[in-house]
Design a protein around this ligand. Sequence first.
Ligand code: FA5
Length: 350
Amino acid sequence: MDNKIAEIKQQFLSELEKAENSADLEAIRVAYLGKKGFVTELMKEMKGLSNEEKKTFGQKVNVIKGEVTDKIAEKNQELKEKELQKEIDSMPEFDISMPPTLGEGSYHPITLVQRQCERIFKSMGFTVEDYAEVVSDYECFESLNIPKHHPARDMQDTYYLENGQLLKSQTSAAQNAIYKKYKDALVNDGVPIKAIFPGRCFRNEATDACHENTFFQMEGVMVDKNISISNLIYFMKTMLSEVFQKDIKVRLRPGFFPFVEPGFELDISCLICGGEGCPSCKHSGWLELCPCGMIHPEVLKAGGIDPDEYTGFAFGLGLTRLVMMKYGIKDIRDLNGGSLKSLTQFTDDE
Ligand code: FA5
């Protein structure tokens, strides 16, 4: 009997040695520990033995059974590790320091048009200013001749922060700081203030095809002696014809803004429907693009500039709407939607 146990053990070890994968191992397990396996069959051989012999033999069978079970478990672990290593080895090498192999990114259409406008205005002697998105009530309203409780505030449903500051609802919020920054050069050296300041604006708007709660404007101001409305019209027309590379139909309507006097609304003929009327232009054929006007004397005064000596114009171009017109984007929400499929089709065409 001892010989038989030794033989089985020997045979088991040599078969185990040859097992290459978990399927081989399972076959060995069944061959030795299964219902009709070598180890199980050994128990049947106890039948003709005396009680004392049964006890000794039983113990030996249990030992080999335990050994076979442990060795199979060990081999199972070893094979699993080997299989994992094989899988790792077969994977392509990944170098974390390599640049991504995805296609090249592209600029957002708003960035493209903003940069184009910046280039055009720079070529006409304007500086490009950057300004904060969180501003004070003074910057956004009071310095612009819109005191507390003025009804003009109702036009811009503003996000106020708990600390009393607010999310800029119009790029005009930078006007006061720009006047203060350049007034000395204007007064002492006769350098006109010519600045544009593009920026993101926020209003608690119900969104539709032409309104978003987050959108871009581009403000522009020019202050010097004898600035008139003709200067304003010249700069706006030059900018629009450069952006669209064609003659654009514009119209001026009277418009009220407390920080300009007189004030206008500059509309352009809707380029999406060709002026026929569509949801993008609220079926009017015209798109309100650029409110503008002559800077109110009180606003100049708040910026430290003497309104009796200097005059100026200001405009607040709806940059997001300009982008819609330029690229024929029918719904403003596509611009904030983050869909790379729609946004990556724009390239800098200059
Ligand atoms: C203003 O914000 C004034 N600060 C503009 C101004 C500047 C007037 C300087 C005079 C002198 P208004 O609220 O109309 O005005 O907005 C200006 C432009 O921003 C609009 O013509 C429009 O093109 C764009 N705009 C306004 N609200 C939205 C919105 N919710 N979504 C997208 N564009 C908008």
